[in-house]
Design a protein around this ligand. Structure first.
Ligand SMILES: Cc1cc2nc3c(=O)[nH]c(=O)nc-3n(C[C@H](O)[C@H](O)[C@H](O)COP(=O)(O)OP(=O)(O)OC[C@H]3O[C@@H](n4cnc5c(N)ncnc54)[C@H](O)[C@@H]3O)c2cc1C
Ligand SMILES: Cc1cc2nc3c(=O)[nH]c(=O)nc-3n(C[C@H](O)[C@H](O)[C@H](O)COP(=O)(O)O)c2cc1C
Length: 581
């Protein structure tokens, strides 16, 4: 019999671990362990009375559900679980991708952490469960106490929309909100830690059993991937578009003095950019603060000086009392006005005397941008490659530049340095080497698939691989063309289909190519292939999914509902994987 009961305030896998150690221990070893733990307690300040031996009190369960795409909510879910365990609760962490709504009805205490993606959408993996939760057949949650933490970005019009909707929905289904929701921006670390502390306190019953000492009983797990910010040297900086293309897509090779971070194909790097000096100078000039050197230096390296959110407009109205800006908010027109505009437009359009502190208060910390890693360590050793498209557009009569992509394209040079941090993504990983993979990656969406193909070559994977790539023109925009040709030759890539939208009178995209190849596509998927999509989330990812549903319907003569179900099944089996942005 296992000595540690399932009701102990540990996660199931920890109970298994403990049982593996304690279950096989001799009486002498157990006595030593008991003394050791008591001694630990005493040396920690003696704050905890040693409990007399008695029947174990069942630990109160806490269900933690996260809806995440790039891992922030998932990480916070882990933090809550840790904190809950310390408070004597028994947490269960569930990815919304795997959520069965019956798990909510059986939860007495529930924490939801939800990120918002696209334009007010749920994270891709969470869509199925989210729709079920919002649907008519969602179950009542009368006995459930809950709290919601929403993650988002104030730069988006639909700030934290999904967290807000889940919070409302849980209450509408009869749940009792015992912790108020917080809506957090990109600099969420500190407020999230506060919220977690408060939430766990509220959700812990007074007699929950106090602090639990954490002792590492297990064998040492593999060292976690280093996720510290590190400096890299730029060893290659090449524009992969031809000089006659209207795009600029930079292949960046980074090398690391103390070895590359332990990345896997499918992971990204967060890149820490600096602002465009010309934009910062214009902004300071417009604000009448051109001589403020300290502010200038701060703006160049550490503040987000381009984003214009509703919150920025409100802060401007509050700090300056500007009548027109106040009127814009009062009339409900601010939301529409900020679309396509930046901070500089607000100050240029509604000028008023500003000091450095007021201007600084309109900015938030400058956030890093994620870029898919386009290489495999097995092929490139201590390097990491990125593929970055310079974002440039015109709006409201002004030329605009994306901060990070233009920092890379215009400010970084070969021999220069840049700060990056590994952003692992275990939800976008290669399957076993004998499985077939289908990869759909137009534009920079192809970056992780270069890593996949390199990895499969290096591991001599026996599974087949099929790449769908698209861009504007064959001649000027065929990113990594030589790499794909080599891979087709040496067998690392089995097939490739391309769609160049501006080479033909009617625009052809990857989704059209998928439909052209529908019979083989369905055959690969029926044979167990994994389907990956990377790149544009706004249109491409949705169109690709719709094309796949249509492919199933046409090839297998299914009703639209049954074809949709075939794709849902792929998603549930984690054979339809997305990394879109
Ligand atoms: C997991 C992940 C992986 C990614 N991988 C890659 C990759 O491999 N390669 C890559 O190039 N990018 C990738 N991205 C996108 C990347 O992180 C940045 O979002 C992108 O480079 C733009 O950043 P920026 O700082 O240059 O632009 P920002 O300064 O952030 O400006 C972008 C903003 O400008 C506005 N905007 C852009 N175009 C227009 C327009 N036409 N009209 C009006 N407004 C507009 C929008 O508000 C947009 O949000 C990835 C993103 C994620 C989340
Ligand atoms: C392509 C993209 C779209 C996003 N769309 C929204 C949005 O509509 N509303 C919002 O509040 N945040 C939006 N965000 C910000 C994310 O919600 C935020 O980065 C969050 O911390 C991500 O959490 P996750 O890592 O758990 O997915 C978006 C981020 C990206 C990269």
């Amino acid at each position: 019999m296992s000595p540690i009961p399932k009701t102990a305030p540990f996660a199931d896998e920890e109970i298994d671990l403990l049982n593996r150690v304690v279950g096989t221990a001799t009486p002498v070893q157990r006595a030593w362990l008991a003394g050791f733990l008591a001694g630990l307690d005493a040396s920690a300040g003696g704050a905890l009375p040693i409990q007399p031996a008695g029947p174990a009190r069942p630990a109160e369960p806490l269900t933690i559900v996260f809806a995440s795409e790039s891992g922030n909510s998932e990480k916070l879910a882990g933090d809550i679980a840790k904190s809950a365990r310390k408070n004597g609760l028994k947490p269960t962490v569930i990815d919304m991708a795997d959520l069965d709504l019956s798990q909510l009805t059986s939860a007495k205490k529930l924490v939801f952490i939800a990120a918002t993606w696209g334009e007010g959408d749920p994270p891709a993996r969470a869509v199925r469960a989210y729709n079920e939760l919002m649907g008519e057949s969602a179950p009542r949650l009368d006995d459930v106490e809950f709290g919601v933490l929403a993650l988002g970005d104030t730069a988006y019009a639909e700030f934290c929309a999904i967290g807000k909707k889940i919070d409302e929905r849980l209450a509408a289904l009869g749940g009792k909100r015992v912790v108020d929701r917080v809506d957090l921006d990109l600099d969420f670390a500190e407020p999230a830690a506060h919220w977690i502390g408060d939430a766990v306190k509220v959700l812990t019953p007074p007699n929950a059993g106090g602090r639990v000492i954490e002792v590492d009983f297990g064998g040492k797990p593999a060292a976690p991937a280093s996720t510290d910010i590190i400096e890299a040297e730029i060893t290659e900086h090449v524009d992969l578009n031809s000089s006659r293309s209207d795009k600029e897509t930079v292949h960046l090779a980074l090398s690391f003095e103390n070895g590359a971070p332990a990345y896997e194909p499918g992971d990204s790097l967060d890149l820490y950019p600096e602002n465009d000096p010309a934009y910062v100078d214009d902004l300071l000039k417009v604000a009448g603060l051109a001589g403020e050197e300290k502010l200038r230096s701060d703006f160049l390296t550490s503040r987000d000086v381009t984003t214009l959110s509703l919150k920025t407009v409100e802060t401007y109205a509050e700090k300056t009392g500007h009548h027109y800006v106040k009127a814009l908010i009062a009339d409900g027109q601010a939301r529409e006005w900020i679309a396509g505009r930046q901070l500089i437009d607000l100050i240029a359009t509604f000028p008023i005397a500003l000091d450095a502190e007021k201007l600084r208060a309109l900015t938030r910390p400058l956030a890093p941008r994620a870029y898919s890693i386009a290489s495999s360590r097995r092929e490139v050793g201590d390097e990491a490659h990125l593929l970055i498209s310079a974002v440039r557009y015109e709006s409201h009569g002004r030329q605009r530049k994306g901060v990070a992509s233009n920092f890379v394209a215009e400010q970084l040079k070969r021999g220069g340095r840049v700060r990056v941090k590994l952003k692992p993504n275990k939800h976008f990983a290669l399957p076993a080497p004998d499985k077939d993979v289908i990869m759909v990656g137009p534009g920079t969406g192809v970056a992780p698939f270069r890593a996949f193909v390199q990895e499969r070559r290096a591991t001599e994977a026996s599974g087949r691989s099929w790449l769908f790539f698209g861009d504007r023109t064959f001649t000027h925009d065929f990113l990594y063309q030589l790499d794909w040709q080599d891979a087709l030759k040496d067998g690392a890539l089995t097939r490739m289909d391309v769609a160049f939208s501006r080479d033909t009178p009617e625009k052809i995209y990857v989704q059209h190519k998928l439909l052209d190849r529908r019979a083989e596509l369905v055959e690969w998927l029926d044979g167990g292939a994994y389907f990956y999509v990377c790149g544009d989330a706004k249109a491409m990812a949705k169109d690709v999914r719709a094309a796949l549903v249509r492919a199933f319907a046409e090839v297998k003569a299914l009703s639209p509902e049954a074809a949709e179900q075939a794709v849902v099944t792929l998603e549930r089996e984690k054979r339809y994987l997305q990394d879109t942005y």
